[in-house]
Write a protein that binds this ligand. Structure first.
Ligand code: MN
Length: 196
């Protein structure tokens, strides 16, 4: 796990996004963080992030998570992000990588359903429990056979059947920030960005 790609893409003198601490500087926590960030860049999408080995493993989910087990959501794996990125809510300046507005749409902790996370990732089948404010219960990320440049990066995010499964369209019914209760447009306005 490395933050090199994350740092190469960004200008930390221009954007308020965190650079990410040195491994040794990060406090060891027994609980693993998860965050879903709603991100209005060129296109609106949701960034699904799971803490593992001092970074946030990250997937861009164009349509966001679905509570309906029959709805599989495409999740394109992107570069690892620093753990403190999970607290970032604000505006990335226009012209910068990912320029646009970022909301902490959901946050909490996650637990793997099998003990060897690295093996599950390698296999392309990671089952886990989410303990968030909006997303709960059992989920899976499954790698698919992508084409060309997306090969190996293409996954599906799927809700398992349990008491938290639902046909509720949660991205529509719960559009506000899990930490500030703001809408994307409020965050954009507060951060001096373009209001949608
Ligand atoms: Mn994004």
């Amino acid at each position: 796990m490395s933050l090199d790609k994350y740092r190469q893409k960004r200008h930390f003198d221009v954007s308020l996004e965190p650079r990410g601490g040195a491994r040794a500087a990060l406090a060891r926590k027994s609980r693993l963080q998860f965050v879903v960030q709603k991100h209005r860049a060129t296109q609106l999408h949701y960034d699904f992030r799971l803490e593992f080995e001092d970074v946030l493993l990250s997937w861009a989910v164009p349509k966001g998570p679905s509570l309906d087990p029959s709805t599989k959501r495409l999740a394109m794996q992107v570069e690892d992000h620093p753990v403190d990125y999970g607290g970032f809510e604000g505006v990335i300046p226009e012209g910068e990588y990912g320029g646009g507005t970022v909301m902490v749409w959901d946050t909490g902790t996650w637990t793997p359903e099998s003990p060897d996370i690295a093996a599950a990732l390698k296999k392309g089948d990671l089952k886990f429990q989410l303990h968030g404010k909006k997303l709960r219960g059992s989920w899976v990320l499954v790698r698919t056979h992508g084409f060309g440049s997306s090969s190996g990066k293409s996954w599906l995010l799927i809700k398992h059947r349990d008491e938290f499964a639902s046909t509720e369209d949660i991205t529509a019914t719960q559009p506000t920030s899990a930490v500030s209760k703001r809408l994307l447009a409020d965050i954009a306005r507060d951060g001096g960005g373009d209001v949608e």
